[in-house]
Write a protein that binds this ligand. Structure first.
Ligand SMILES: Nc1ncnc2c1ncn2[C@@H]1O[C@H](COP(=O)(O)OP(=O)(O)OP(=O)(O)O)[C@@H](O)[C@H]1O
Ligand SMILES: [Mg+2]
Length: 339
């Protein structure tokens, strides 16, 4: 059976002409460093979508690329997947430059694109078989690989149903499985949980962790802060095409001047903040509607004097929390909170 829908992405379709390569265990896949990005940039006409981005991803690591809509995540992934040509810079994937070895890079890595790339009129098993052949998986191995991936994604009982009848979450899981059909050691996942419900999301995250625990290198883009916090070993924060911070959450937080947030809720609009400002020790103060957040080094040092100021108004509630990834993100991208 041959697919009769143009839905699959061009990059996957391009591989139809490139059959016959065995990928597993190819040279370079066991190096500790799986991906090195070196000053990568991409312009679309006058728009600088990605500017001078550099970072590294190791085997056995999930590297999260965090950014708002339009930050440049897909553009960056597309360059790494050798689908779009960089305007400048380079990246070395499993020892291969995306400038010099485009075709080989495409066969070596696994990519789950943001736009689901499946043939809706084929079944789950047929999609896996089709893409397996495209990626040059040997016939003898392909059937067992298809079964393995159907088990891995929990789609075994829907194996013979057309993808057109699948829920969004099931399509996402299959989209991810197809990226794995040739056992790549470096996997690029562009928002693999976009548009799925919390249960499917958890299942996908479990799959990604298992891939990491098997020693694969994973680049994972998302704009869900909580998802990145629970999943990623290291993070890069992309803002308007620039990587504004890279490191483990611990390192990123350690570089900030404040480490806790005191939140005051229930403030009336006319509440005078001047005495709080005068306290000292507040690195940054952000006011929303009925809410003030004080970014401080040590909340304990401020609580006594703060209580004295707010005790005049019994409706005010005070809460202390460690900095969240959201706080970090807002700080690094220069955004402000609002309510
Ligand atoms: N093919 C293209 N031609 C022109 N501009 C583009 C093209 N692709 C992306 N852009 C622009 O480049 C910028 C980055 O887009 P990109 O899709 O890489 O962001 P993103 O971080 O993946 O966003 P999202 O979270 O919405 O998927 C945006 O301003 C977008 O409009
Ligand atoms: Mg995108």
């Amino acid at each position: 059976m041959y697919p009769h829908s143009p839905l699959a992405q061009q990059d996957r379709a391009d591989l139809v002409n490139d059959r016959g390569l065995t990928l597993v265990g190819a040279k370079g896949t066991h190096a500790r460093l799986a991906l090195r990005v070196e000053g990568l940039s991409k312009c679309y006409g006058a728009l600088n979508a990605v500017t001078g981005v550099s970072f590294e991803v190791r085997h056995g690591e999930i590297f999260g690329l965090l950014g708002l809509n339009g930050a440049g995540k897909t553009t960056l992934i597309s360059m790494l997947a050798a689908e779009r040509r960089p305007s400048s810079g380079d990246a070395v994937l499993l020892g291969l430059s995306i400038r010099k070895r485009r075709r080989t890079v495409r066969r070596m890595i696994g990519v789950a694109p943001q736009q689901i790339a499946l043939y809706p009129m084929l079944t789950a098993a047929e999609n896996l078989r089709f893409f397996g052949r495209i990626y040059g998986v040997k016939r003898a191995e392909l059937e067992s690989r298809v079964e393995e991936l159907l088990d891995f994604t929990g789609l075994q009982d829907r194996r013979d149903d057309r993808v057109a009848s699948f829920s969004g979450g099931m399509q996402r899981r299959l989209n991810l499985a197809i990226a794995l059909v040739h056992r790549p050691r470096l996997i690029l996942l562009d928002e693999p949980t976009a548009g799925v419900d919390p249960r499917s999301r958890e299942e996908i995250l479990k799959m990604v962790r298992r891939l990491r625990d098997d020693g694969n290198a994973i680049l994972y883009t998302t704009h869900y802060l909580t998802e990145a916090e629970g999943l990623c070993d290291r993070l890069g924060i992309l803002n308007q095409g620039r990587l504004v911070a890279v490191g483990s959450l611990e390192v990123l937080f350690a570089n900030l001047e404040s480490s806790e947030v005191i939140e005051l809720r229930g403030l009336e609009g006319r509440f005078d903040l001047a005495p709080i400002r005068a306290l000292g020790g507040v690195c940054r103060m952000v006011r929303g509607r009925g809410l003030v957040r004080l970014y401080v080094k040590r909340a304990a040092d401020l609580l006594g004097p703060l209580q004295k100021i707010i005790m005049r108004d019994r409706s005010i509630r005070l809460k202390v929390a460690p900095l969240s990834l959201e706080d970090l993100f807002l700080h690094l991208t220069g955004s402000e909170i609002g309510e």
